[in-house]
Design a protein around this ligand. Structure first.
Ligand SMILES: NC(=O)c1ccc[n+]([C@@H]2O[C@H](COP(=O)([O-])OP(=O)(O)OC[C@H]3O[C@@H](n4cnc5c(N)ncnc54)[C@H](O)[C@@H]3O)[C@@H](O)[C@H]2O)c1
Ligand SMILES: O=C(O)C[C@H](O)C(=O)O
Length: 308
């Protein structure tokens, strides 16, 4: 039987993800939205590309949660994106309500699914989904680190004129202004970047990575990034559905790892058929440790604002 992936929210991230998933040809895809007819129209459009591109994925658009029943993975993208001048945290109240209500329905129809949260502010919304679902932490994962790391890798590759495939990096912490790009562990074909570029240039790239989401928001003016975000979710879905056990930075509800408890923080995690199969603890320098704590504090503040 084919796997089933449901995407809640058929906006820019949701519909681009549905397209990418359909092209993978390993799962049927259901796209849900509260806007009448819109998910149906987008799903039909993606389905009709199948004969040209050669995939047989069934793609359904719906306004009825019953169609999402028994999904293996549900990706929550529903909610407001920010506008220029806003921070992701400014979305917290509006999106908390949406994510809570969506999670309730998701769980009712797919009690055994793995949830991937995309809605911002990411770490706080993952906390909402974990709480409302009552799922174990292995089955509620936030997407942010793959995207932030992809941005970091893009800028490093551009700087040294290398293939992005040769650039390895990690961005840890919350998906906000205090995220922690680990420049010390960034390599190009195994060579530390400190041997390839001056420290001040590395610091500029680290800052551009932290501002990566805002850079796109400023250019788009009416919404936020979706091509790289949907590609990043796809990598997580690949690792889970194909049980590839890839290690990538994800927002995970930590239970003692890195000294944190019951708070979502971006850390390297191994993703497989069971969801989060392992949290990888990297030894951090005191400076990196401080930066991670500062980033976790920003997430804690939001959790308080939400009354969770
Ligand atoms: N974690 C990340 O790295 C990351 C990356 C990109 C975007 N995002 C976030 O993802 C979210 C979606 O971004 P987008 O660009 O797709 O926005 P969008 O406005 O294009 O789409 C959001 C969709 O959610 C739908 N929606 C609203 N309330 C709903 C509900 N109760 N049930 C179901 N659907 C509902 C809307 O109708 C809309 O179609 C935003 O919060 C954005 O900030 C996060
Ligand atoms: O920046 C945003 O608001 C969207 C997303 O979190 C991103 O990093 O692109």
């Amino acid at each position: 039987m084919r796997s089933k992936v449901s995407v809640i929210g058929a906006g820019f991230v949701g519909s681009t993800l549905a397209q990418r998933l359909a092209e993978r040809d390993y799962a049927d895809v259901v796209m849900f939205d509260i806007v009448p007819d819109m998910p149906q129209g987008k799903a039909l459009d993606i389905l009709e590309a199948g004969p040209v591109l050669g995939y047989d994925s069934l793609v359904i658009g719906t306004n009825d949660y019953a169609d999402t029943a028994n999904s293996d993975i549900v990706v929550i993208t529903s909610g407001f994106p920010r506008k220029p001048g806003m921070s992701r945290d400014d979305l917290v109240k509006k999106n908390q309500e949406i994510v809570a209500q969506v999670t309730e329905q998701v769980v009712k129809h797919s009690p055994n699914c793995i949830i991937i949260v995309v809605t911002n502010p990411l770490d706080a919304m993952a906390q909402v989904a974990l709480k409302v679902s009552g799922f174990p932490r292995e089955r509620v994962i936030g997407m942010a680190g793959v995207l932030d790391t992809a941005r970091f890798r893009t800028f490093i590759a551009q700087e040294v004129g290398a293939s992005v495939r040769d650039v390895q990096a990690y961005v840890l912490g919350g998906h906000g202004d205090t995220m922690v790009p680990l420049a010390r562990m960034c390599t190009v074909a195994g060579i530390p970047i400190s041997q390839l570029m001056p420290a001040d240039r590395i610091e500029q790239i680290v800052q551009r990575t932290r501002d990566g989401g805002a850079e796109i928001v400023k250019l788009l003016k009416t919404g936020s990034a979706y091509f790289a975000p949907s590609a990043s979710v796809l990598q997580m879905v690949d690792s889970i559905l194909l049980d590839k056990k890839m290690i990538m930075p994800c927002a995970v509800s930590l239970q003692g790892e890195y000294g944190f408890n019951d708070i979502f923080v971006g850390v390297p995690a191994q993703l497989g058929a069971k969801g989060i199969e392992k949290v990888i603890e990297i030894e951090l320098t005191p400076e990196e440790r401080n930066a991670l704590e500062k980033s976790a504090d920003a997430v804690k503040e939001l959790i308080q604002v939400m009354g969770l």
